[in-house]
Design a protein. Sequence first.
Length: 466
Amino acid sequence: MLVTKILLVDDDPGVLRSLEAVLIRSGFEVSAVASVPEALELISSKHFDVLLSDLNIGQPGDGFTVVSAMRRVQPHACTFILTGYPDIDSAIQAIRSQVDNYFSKPLRVEELLTAISAARDGKRAAAKPATLRKVADLIRESKQNICERWVELVLKDAELAALPLTIEQRTDHVPDLLDDLITRLELQSDELGQQAAEDARKHGQMRFQQGYTIPQVLFETRVLQQVLSTVIQENLLGVELSTLVHDIQEIGQSLQAEVEISIRAYQAQIPISLQASFSLLYQSPFLGVAIADENHIIDANDALLKMIECTREQLTAGQVDWYQMTPEKFRPLDIIAVEQLREFGTCVPFEKEFNLPSGQSLPFLIGAVRLSLAPFQWSAYMVNLTEQRRVQAAEQKIREWESRHRLINDLAHEINNPLAAMMFTIHLLNTHPDLSDDARQLVVDGNAMLERINVAVNRVLLEVQY
């Protein structure tokens, strides 16, 4: 009878030693290693029937690297993943076509042995090697999906969503940009092609005509790079790794080169339409524009009047006193800004608040340029920071949640690994031929207590996590 050969990979010494002993006692031939390089060396030099790998070997997700290598070099072998993390199910499901099964620590020995025995008895069909694709092929096949995901993320930005454009007008440049990117990747070219440069120039001109700002053009590019990175990550196990790093670098360099050309083309339009640009700025529904003197706002666009809850009639009657609207604690900032306007003609943008007639306090980012000294007047732009403050608060909560989540996962790992080693050791004791009846009963009781601990730990971790 042929002996099943197992490659065991785990960086936890306790788990590695105890599980190796269990597997050897069960009649398997085991090669146990604690690192990815050791595992890869054995995969390339020795035959195995089964791979049993921890998910995180030194670094998160390293186990997938070992699985991928085994699939390529020895596609007949069964692959199993071990994990001490309670929230890995969704990640495992995403790569189920590459992994035969997975076990959460502390795992039940009988279930593991049953799965390995099934593989040994030929109850699992030989796996077919995964069909690997170049990044260029992946982008070509995913073009429609990339466009849809890109526009969905772009439209989450309130100011971009407010631009009166159709979906086609927003996305018509993306397919050409992706085609240019695919061509560059396939040709392994380090230079942007002539057609790609021309497409980038047209894009910059078009975005200027559509009323975009330069930051918005840059934001759209960052979103596209984010979507491309996500698509590659989701299909990582099916991507040709030999050129992956180079292709990712090429994507970043290509997008950077194209957006630089777009920005230059955008800026070339500004002198021709400078007056129209200021008119569009004044008409912006999001940016407050004002002309003010020592105390009063003497002119303002509709957006600012709406923000500060004032009417144009009040403005015309001279009733909009920006100084009185300013809370006491922010008035020193106003004094500094006025001094800068008098001396330098401009002021450093600063944040302050206005008290509104409704009793609310509204945060603003304000920048200004001097129009005249006698009378002393200046023009100012005012950006409502309410949404930004809300986003910052939400991001802070997310950071706190992520920190808590990492702590929970680390805690789960540190608890579940020792529990797994203890359960393997108990299993070994229980199968020892010279164990007395009393000692065997103690082993059974110990196993029951470990099961209780396992259930309690998982319940607590689940409650803390959610």
